[in-house]
Write a protein that binds this ligand. Structure first.
Ligand code: C2O
Length: 344
């Protein structure tokens, strides 16, 4: 049977990793839950590459987070509450019925669709703050190894130069012009830029093209009601997704906080741009053909989650409704994906 959404009134405090400061990621309790409906009145929103956004966009983007940070503490849209959503669903808050395990949407086939929904609602909340339905998140284009300025594969300047988009817990050694290492394992390899670009292109090819020829390789292992959590990640969840998290977080913190640990990752606004690129890779993967198609198992399609929306109402969503970004009225700026052809 499919995974069911948690009862937000049954939140517990689970153990966090060693050295983590004690955080409570329980979410505000809802008064009612509404079913998701597609909103055909929404304009098509374009998520642009973070290294290419213009000054007018940056001003709004920073302003949206400033407003989000300043909402009252108990507002589920407040930035700290938005960060708690990630913590709550990462093995830290809700027991899955008939197991001894907390619900964990990582390390399984729920990874891609859960994060798509999370970004969808987060983006709608930012749009509401700005009163601008055309607002879209940017994506951090770390897979793009172009040498043209501004560089796509460094920590984007927008997250450094704007106070509401900045996070203090990032690795000081990984500031621009240091190139992202898509195979990062917690230690710097010290590759020269040409070798780093080649390694990044190879990693992308391997994780999205040659190593992900089937849905289960790409999405990860099945996770159904009553199953032990974290049955196994798909290729991309592991790397570049996980590696970029750890690369971004502060290596002097016990768990590479903020970005390097699940409980703290979404406290850094760059989380949402990182995940927008992961989400974009889902659409790229589906365009490659062969057996690269969405899972058809009803236990995946009917798995359900809950999120607070832009009106602070709790909404229940299904994996099956997340498969088309077209239906969700957003798209990605076309930046090309040269690594697709890297070994041909
Ligand atoms: Cu929910 Cu990037 O992890």
């Amino acid at each position: 049977a499919p995974i069911q959404p948690p009862d937000l009134t049954q939140c517990q405090k689970a153990a966090l990793p060693p050295g983590a400061k004690s955080v409570n990621c329980c979410l505000p309790e809802p008064t009612k839950v509404i079913d998701f409906q597609f909103d055909s009145s929404l304009p098509m929103r374009v998520r642009k590459a973070a290294h290419l956004v213009d000054a007018a966009y940056i001003k709004k983007y920073n302003q949206a987070y400033e407003l989000l940070r300043n909402l009252p503490d108990n507002d589920p849209r407040k930035f700290s509450q938005q960060a708690s959503v990630h913590c709550a669903f990462c093995d830290s808050a809700f027991l899955q019925p008939n197991t001894n395990d907390f619900l964990e949407i990582h390390n399984s086939w729920l990874f891609f669709p859960w994060h798509r929904w999370y970004l969808y609602f987060h983006e709608r909340i930012l749009a509401k703050m700005l009163n601008d339905d055309t607002f879209a998140l940017p994506f951090w284009n770390w897979d793009n190894q172009s040498v043209a300025s501004p560089l796509p594969n460094v920590l984007p300047a927008v997250f450094i130069e704007n106070p509401s988009l900045l996070d203090k817990l990032r690795d000081p050694l990984h500031q621009p012009p240091t190139l992202v290492d898509l195979s990062y394992s917690g230690q710097d390899e010290g590759l020269d830029p040409t070798s780093q670009r080649a390694a990044n292109n190879n990693l992308m090819y391997q994780q999205v093209v040659s190593g992900a020829k089937t849905p289960s390789l790409f999405f990860g292992q099945a996770y159904r009601a009553g199953d032990a959590n974290a049955p196994g990640p798909g290729t991309v969840e592991n790397a570049p997704h996980g590696t970029v998290h750890v690369w971004t977080g502060d290596s002097s913190q016990p768990n590479y906080e903020d970005m390097g640990a699940l409980y703290s990752a979404a406290s850094d606004p760059i989380f949402f741009a990182h995940h927008a690129n992961v989400d974009r890779l889902w659409t790229v993967w589906k365009s490659l053909g062969g057996r690269r198609k969405d899972i058809t198992d009803p236990d995946w399609l009917n798995a359900e989650f809950v999120f607070y929306d832009e009106n602070a109402s709790l909404v229940k969503v299904k994996v099956g409704d997340a498969l088309s970004i077209d239906k969700l009225s957003y798209t990605y700026q076309n930046v090309g994906n040269p690594w697709i052809a890297v070994n041909s």
